[in-house]
Structure formats: structure tokens, C-alpha cells
Write a protein that binds this ligand. Structure first.
Ligand code: PLP
Length: 495
């Protein structure tokens, strides 16, 4: 008895067993209910770590603009601040001070009209989506206040955007009850047409949102033209329709690569701008910024003042608590790289995008849908879709480890499907060249696969229709049906 007790006790001791033979790891855990008992920390780590191995490799995730690599020194700062709640401003005054420095640096980068001793108006957010909700709310409230003062109805606000807007604009419109008026795209023109946008503006338009770096193909919209057209319409109608620039990606590209391009606060109708710190701001996921031209553009009644954590704290955010690490990391990147460093990084991204683009052009198989001027990404479509499509290429690239999304364009260009590769800081020249080689291999494999299939029937004859489907044909129709199903489900929720 004594002996068997000793054995059963030692058998529950994790350190005695090989990691994977311990009873904690060999038995499956309940998935959807909290387990009854505790398990050792080593076992919990091992189980979670192993399951996470099945996630893709973030560095090879070319679908996303979001940063996947930072310097180890910054990783250290992030880990050191992981337990600081950003909202405890009185307890962590230095972190608050760093956020204010970031707001000011970014406002200057966007040419905010600030006097020598003036501080910028802006806020750190979880990402561009939160920044856009806040900017949209400020526009809505300002418009309502103006309409109320004029004794006019204020219950039908609308916002004008291109159909290429990211899903966060649709969220804003739905959550905050603003009609979304989208300028449709057309073949070969995948951004908002400023003339059509201004035509859609009426007295209930709270703002026109322009995108600096369309999510779909990286193209910059013509904010200068939009500003000039709106200026004329405002002068003619007496309205004061403002512009918001969604510079989620382009805000940290244009100032470095295209300093002459006028898209920011140099244009008088641009009243607010958002940018994602976690995209080309070069910080891991969880930080964005919203900057207002000046104080009057952010209605005071949207700012909450709390004092129970110490001193008076003005806040304008959708949530309360959040981590401090990303703010600290943004400050690190801004002072570590400075203007010179950001310019170098963005130039390198642009050059690598060109290497990839030229490699794809050399294959003769693709049309390039992105522009050289814009966010460093390459969006491309098959010239000939009769034998295979972009979704198959995306699937096959997964086997090489690459994650390259394929998606359809929004209305009225939904018949166009593209593959998109986002070039981030750590996507080196070697990787760009390697990706071209792997795409070539995929094309060869797809050609070999389809050459084994009988050519698709042109016009089905009665005899053909009557014939029993071969196994291959059945497979093909199942695949087709799935493709249609998947296509129907696809939204443009790319990020
Ligand atoms: C143009 C644009 N706006 C907004 C967003 C949303 O950004 P975030 O992921 O920072 O919330 C994205 C994301 O890709 C985007 O491309």
C-alpha cells in the first residue's frame, strides 16, 4: 500500500515524467468549460504553446499591414511596461507624457497649424478603427450643434466615402447612425473619385472621408483635388463640409517618401487625420492616433473628465483601460529612427515592392493593380483566369509558408479579384525574390494540374449532358460550387 501510494504521488509530479507523457498533456482538456482542477504552469504553457504552433508565421503573413517585428531593445521596454494600465495617468505620469510627445510629433509631421508654444490636439487609440470612430463622432456632434443653432433638422447625418473604405467606416456608420454614401468604383479606377464624392455632398453631410493608402491597392486618393472641389462647393452653398483623412497606412509613408504631396493639414478643409501606429508607425498591434487640426474641431462635450484616480484627467476614448506598452513603443520608434530612419525604412519597403512587382511582370501572367506611388504593396490579378484563379494561387502559396490573401473588389468592380502582398519593414530583398520564385513554381504546378484535366466543354451537347459525370468532372463541379460559396461569403474585411 505504502509503495503504491508513493508511485501514484510521484506519477502526478510533472518533473518526473517526460513533458508529453505527463497526465496533464496526454489527456485532452475541456475546450468550452473551465476545467475543474488546476494544472501545473509548465503543462499549461506546453499545451497552449503546442496548439499555437498551428497558427501561421506572422513574419510570412503578407496579408497584413500590421508590424510583426521590432528591435529587441523595444521588446524589452514593452515587456517592462506590460503591467501598466494606461488609464492610470496619475500613477504613470511619464507614460502619459510620452503619449503627449507622440501626439505632438505626429501633428507636426502632418503639418498641423501650431504656434511655437501651442500643443497639438490628439489622442492615442487602440488602432485606426477607434481613431475613426472618435473623429466621426466629433464631426457628427459639430454638425448637430451647428444645425441646432440654425434651427434646422439634425436627424439625418450622412458621410461620403469611396466604396473602397475599410470596414471600420461601415461600423462607424452603423454604430453611430450615420448614413454611409459610397462612391462606386469602376474598372481600372479603384479609389474614390473626388468629383463624384462632392456631388454626393448635401447639407446633412458631416464630412467626406478620403483615404491615404487604400486598403485594397495602396493607392493614395487625391485629397488636394477633393479639398479644392469642396472649397468651391462650400463657398457656393454656405455649407462647411470638412474632410477627414484616413491615413491608416499612408500617414507614416507620405511625409517621408512624398513630402511635396499635399494631403494633410496644409489643406484647409482637412480637420482630422487618423494613422495606425501599428502599421507603418512600426509598432506591434494595438496603437493608433487621431489628430485634430485645432481645439474647435473637437467638441468639448465629448471629452470626459475623471478625477478618482488622482488629478483631473481629460479622456476621449471608447474604452477605459488599455496597455501602456504600445505608447512607449511608439515613442521608442519615433526617437530611435527619427525622420531619417523612417525615410530609409519606407524607401527600402518601396524598393522591395518594386522588385516584387517587376518579378511578377516578368512572368507575363499578371496585371498589376496597385500603383508605384502609394503604400508599398503589390496587388495583382491573373491575366488569364480560364484555367485557375487567384484563390487557388493563394491556397497553393500557403504550402510554401506564404500567407497572401485573394479578394474581390467592392461595388462596381466586384468582378475583379486580386492577390495582395504588403511589404513591411522586415520583408527583405531576399524574401521578395524568393516569393517571386515560389509564385512561379505555383503557376507551373497549377498548369501541370489543369493540363491533366479535360478542357472545359464549350457548349454542352445533349449527348454530353446525358453522359454520366466522370470522377474528375464531379470533383470540378464540387470545387466550383465551393468557390462560388466562398466568393459569396467574402467581404472586403482585409486589414
Ligand atoms: C485605410 C484603412 N483604414 C482603417 C483601417 C483599420 O485600421 P486598424 O487596424 O488600425 O484599426 C485599415 C486597416 O487596414 C485601413 O487600411
Amino acid at each position: 500500500m505504502v509503495l503504491s501510494k508513493a508511485v501514484s504521488e510521484s506519477s502526478s509530479d510533472l518533473s518526473v515524467h517526460s513533458t508529453f507523457a505527463s497526465r496533464y498533456v496526454r489527456a485532452s482538456l475541456p475546450r468550452y468549460r473551465m476545467p475543474e482542477n488546476s494544472i501545473p504552469k509548465e503543462a499549461a504553457y506546453q499545451i497552449i504553446n503546442d496548439e499555437l504552433m498551428l497558427d501561421g508565421n506572422p513574419r510570412l503573413n503578407l496579408a497584413s499591414f500590421v508590424t510583426t517585428w521590432m528591435e529587441p531593445e523595444c521588446d524589452k521596454l514593452i515587456m517592462a511596461a506590460i503591467n501598466k494600465n494606461y488609464v492610470d495617468m496619475d500613477e504613470y505620469p511619464v507614460t502619459t507624457e510620452l503619449q503627449n510627445r507622440c501626439v505632438n510629433m505626429i501633428a507636426h509631421l502632418f503639418n498641423a497649424p501650431l504656434g511655437e508654444s501651442e500643443t497639438a490636439v490628439g489622442v492615442g487609440t487602440v488602432g485606426s478603427s477607434e481613431a475613426i470612430m472618435l473623429a466621426g463622432l466629433a464631426f457628427k456632434r459639430r454638425w448637430q450643434n451647428k444645425r441646432k443653432a440654425e434651427g434646422k433638422p439634425f436627424d439625418k447625418p450622412n458621410i461620403v466615402t469611396g466604396a473602397n473604405v475599410q470596414v471600420c467606416w461601415e461600423k462607424f456608420a452603423r454604430y453611430f447612425e450615420v448614413e454611409l454614401r459610397e462612391v462606386k468604383l469602376r474598372d481600372g479606377y479603384y479609389v474614390m473619385d473626388p468629383e463624384q464624392a462632392v456631388e454626393m455632398v448635401d447639407e446633412n453631410t458631416i464630412c467626406v472621408a478620403a483615404i491615404l493608402g487604400s486598403t485594397l491597392n495602396g493607392e493614395f486618393e487625391d485629397v488636394k483635388l477633393l479639398n479644392d472641389l469642396l472649397d468651391a462647393k462650400n463657398a457656393q452653398t454656405g455649407w462647411e463640409t470638412p474632410i477627414h483623412v484616413d491615413a491608416a497606412s499612408g500617414g507614416f509613408i507620405a511625409p517621408f517618401l512624398y513630402p511635396e504631396l499635399e494631403w494633410d493639414f496644409r489643406l484647409p478643409w482637412v480637420k482630422s487625420i487618423n494613422v495606425s501606429g501599428h502599421k507603418y508607425g512600426l509598432v506591434y498591434a494595438g496603437i493608433g492616433w487621431c489628430i485634430w487640426r485645432n481645439k474647435e474641431d473637437l467638441p468639448d462635450e465629448l471629452i470626459f473628465h475623471i478625477n478618482y484616480l488622482g488629478a483631473d484627467q481629460p479622456t476621449f476614448t471608447l474604452n477605459f483601460s488599455k496597455g501602456s506598452s504600445q505608447v512607449i513603443a511608439q515613442y521608442y520608434q519615433l526617437i530611435r529612427h527619427g525622420f531619417e530612419g523612417y525615410r530609409n525604412i519606407m524607401e527600402n519597403c518601396h524598393e522591395n515592392a518594386m522588385v516584387l512587382k517587376e518579378g511578377l511582370e516578368r512572368t507575363g501572367r499578371f496585371d498589376i493593380v496597385s500603383k508605384d506611388h502609394g503604400v508599398p504593396l503589390v496587388a495583382f490579378s491573373l491575366k488569364d483566369r480560364s484555367r485557375h484563379d487567384e484563390f487557388e494561387i493563394s491556397d497553393m502559396l500557403r504550402r510554401f509558408g506564404w500567407i497572401v490573401p485573394a479578394y474581390t473588389m467592392p461595388p462596381d468592380a466586384e468582378h475583379v479579384t486580386v492577390l495582395r502582398v504588403v511589404i513591411r519593414e522586415e520583408f527583405s530583398r531576399t524574401l521578395a525574390e524568393r516569393l517571386v520564385l515560389d509564385i512561379e513554381k505555383v503557376m507551373c504546378q497549377l498548369d501541370a494540374l489543369t493540363s491533366k484535366l479535360p478542357p472545359p466543354p464549350l457548349l454542352p451537347t445533349t449527348a454530353m449532358l446525358a453522359r454520366k459525370k466522370s470522377e474528375l468532372e464531379t470533383q470540378r463541379s464540387v470545387t466550383e460550387a465551393w468557390k462560388k460559396f466562398v466568393l459569396a461569403k467574402k467581404t472586403n474585411g482585409v486589414c
